[in-house]
Design a protein around this ligand. Structure first.
Ligand code: NDP
Length: 367
């Protein structure tokens, strides 16, 4: 059997949990809190996908934030998600403060339906909440053999280039594209890292790599507590310099413009945490029906050919191979479907505290 690939440094501090158990745990917590079963399953699917793909920052470790949001009444459990206006190829949605995943799922479905009819479907969303990984929605389009684009704004955590104040969001962008094999999936924050990665380091009590963030005075720091204590993340492409990062800064604003300004919602400076009332997160989705441009087979073949070419280009001797976006995630997913999803022990403890507070069965970890 060939070696199994897995992202991250998984050691004895992690416990493997089967995917189905993690999924049912999330559903039992959320439904006990009053989330309708179908909606709880969408949220669970999104969080489990993140953990399966090795995105620890946005997997089940985020459940606490959603639970806090529900307990603080910052999330509307029975939202009236409504189309404010629409045309054959576009729509504007008001999420009515629903769970971001539920609003996002409905909005992307609508974008896909419109792309089936019109070649392209664009849906802007206002008044939603944190929606988890951007790639989840982009991949929904790939399931229909379309190109998917997904973006969301988020609360201010990043300093603009030359600034030291938290002013813009980590505003992620995802692009998913069908190929002859596994999809291409670029799914990334527009800051060097999302805040969830700092949460992972904080839980492990480790310093963060230099170049990710600054402290309140604007000094580059590796001390995660200094970042949480008034510091800020740096925009993508900054290489640890305060005066670089202008490309990530621009991409973050692009997301705010499409998801926040265009939707009639708000932009990062004013976006709030999920646990607060009316966080007013905005999203932007696009589905592109490739068949409106090229026959599907030809499109996929061209994608696969481009990827083959890149992967067979000359590589540096220190590296095993040239990767394509999404590839590590899909391999990690294969491994975790077989071995179970590694969850950090402190996260398991936190999940079990949630189970106690809410009054549901704890996570079955098989130990
Ligand atoms: P990463 O830096 O981990 O990965 C970014 C992209 O690069 C992925 O598509 C990844 O694919 C790809 N990749 C990684 N290594 C290579 C390589 N060597 N060659 C080619 N491609 C590579 O992502 P981030 O930490 O920036 O973001 C993590 C998640 O956080 C995302 O899912 C994002 O949507 C989410 N997020 C959500 C926010 C929100 O408010 N809802 C805010 C910010 C982030 P692969 O998956 O295969 O590794």
């Amino acid at each position: 059997m060939r070696d199994m690939f897995e992202k991250g440094n998984i050691d004895e501090n992690y416990i493997r949990v089967p995917k189905d158990e993690l999924f049912s745990f999330i559903v039992r917590v959320l439904t006990k809190l009053g989330v309708p079963n179908a909606d709880a399953e969408i949220v669970a699917d999104n969080l489990v996908m993140a953990d399966l793909r090795g995105i620890e920052s946005h997997g089940v470790q985020r459940l606490k934030r959603y639970v806090d949001g529900i307990l603080n009444e910052g999330i509307n459990l029975h939202p009236d998600i409504r189309i404010v206006k629409e045309g054959p190829a576009y729509a504007l949605i008001d999420g009515d403060e629903g769970m971001g995943q539920v609003v996002g799922y409905r909005a992307m479905k609508l974008a896909i339906e419109k792309a089936k009819e019109s070649g392209v479907g664009i849906v802007a969303v206002r008044n939603s909440n944190h929606y988890g990984i951007a790639g989840y929605y982009a991949l929904m389009a790939v399931e229909e053999d379309m190109i998917g684009i997904s973006m969301t704004n988020s609360r201010p955590l990043v300093a603009p280039t030359s600034g030291i104040e938290r002013f813009i969001g980590t505003n992620p962008i995802a692009l998913a594209v069908p190929t002859k094999d596994k999809p291409f999936l670029l799914d990334m924050a527009t800051s060097v890292v999302p805040i969830g990665k700092l949460e992972v380091y904080r839980r492990k009590g480790k310093p963060i790599p230099e170049g990710w963030a600054i402290d309140a005075e604007g000094n580059i720091t590796t001390d995660v507590e200094r970042v949480f204590n008034g510091g800020a993340l740096l925009p993508l492409g900054g290489f640890g310099e305060l005066f670089a990062g202008h490309k990530g800064y621009g991409l973050s604003l692009m997301v705010d413009i499409l998801a926040g300004i265009l939707s009639g919602g708000t932009w990062s400076k004013h976006v709030k945490n999920t646990s607060e009332k009316r966080s007013d997160v905005g999203h932007f989705f696009m589905a592109i029906n490739t068949e409106a441009f090229l026959p599907l087979d030809e499109f996929k073949e061209r994608m696969s050919e481009m990827i083959r070419e890149i992967k067979s280009s000359k590589k540096h001797p220190d590296f095993e191979k040239i990767w394509i976006h999404g590839e590590k995630g899909f391999l990690t997913q294969e491994t975790r479907l077989k071995l179970g999803i590694p969850i950090y022990r402190k996260v398991v403890d936190e999940l079990n505290q949630i189970a106690e507070i809410v009054g549901v069965e704890k996570l079955r970890v098989g130990e």
